[in-house]
Design a protein around this ligand. Structure first.
Ligand SMILES: [Zn+2]
Length: 246
């Protein structure tokens, strides 16, 4: 494990990287007045290591401590590669925020979000299926709205918006203007999900990835295209593990 840092850029932003194997993992440093010691946490949803340190400590010292936690970091990265079935008690990211799945026998069969808990009643046997169905329908509703926003800005209209679960792509746009997006994007941080929507809407105008396409994509999404793309690369594989038993 090697700590690399790019000068003294602002604290708290994920502009620092720790390299685990050949995969760079962004690390955010948070100095805390109340922190007595260094603490490392891995935010699976964002694919970011979070390092808390006492506020007087230098970044260099904090980072060098983090770089020594290689075994722990490797274990967290491996853990993040396990299947994550929708079972009672599991935690899933919803729009990038952790939500706990709860089976409540006398609650409604249709899942209902209460605070940080997604409650679902009915027989326990259909729990996983009901959670997945609910997520897909939320995904469609949310991403159809994302697409509508970007399409209005681009002055175009898709012929349809659907959600699916393609193994190799997050979204697609046909020459007939049919947009398909992965329902799993509802688990991703909103910027990642919206980036994919903006990308596919830009394809309603340009079917290739040429300079005109890139200009329109950036005009629709704003300046964070590269960040959102990098974040999707980091968290994408993890999102594909949810709702699976193996
Ligand atoms: Zn594309």
């Amino acid at each position: 494990m090697q700590a690399n840092w790019n000068g003294m850029s602002s604290i708290g932003r994920s502009d620092l990287m720790l390299t685990a194997g050949d995969m760079p993992v962004p690390i955010e440093i948070r100095p805390l007045r109340t922190a007595r010691r260094l603490r490392l946490r891995y935010d699976e949803t964002r694919g970011v290591l979070k390092l808390t340190c006492p506020s007087g400590m230098s970044r260099r010292r904090a980072l060098s401590w983090a770089a020594d936690q290689r075994d722990w970091i490797d274990a967290q990265l491996r853990r993040a590669e396990r299947p994550r079935p929708f079972v009672p008690g599991a935690t899933i990211p919803l729009c990038g925020e952790d939500v706990r799945l709860a089976w409540v026998a006398d609650a409604l069969r249709t899942p209902c979000l209460e605070g940080r808990e997604l409650r679902c009643g009915g027989p326990e046997s259909g729990f996983e299926r009901r959670i997945e169905t609910w997520l897909k329908s939320l995904a469609l509703q949310t991403m159809a709205a994302d697409v509508a926003d970007f399409a209005a800005a681009a002055g175009v209209r898709p012929s349809s918006v659907r959600v699916g679960d393609a193994a190799s792509r997050w979204g697609s746009c046909s020459s007939e203007g049919r947009i398909r997006l992965s329902w799993r994007l509802i688990l991703a941080p909103p910027a990642v999900r919206r980036y994919v929507a903006a990308h596919e809407v830009a394809h309603l105008v340009h079917l290739d990835h040429g300079p005109d396409f890139k200009r329109l994509e950036a005009a629709l999404f704003g300046s964070g295209v590269a960040d959102a793309k990098a974040q999707l690369r980091r968290v994408g594989a993890g999102l594909r593990l949810f709702g699976r038993r193996r």
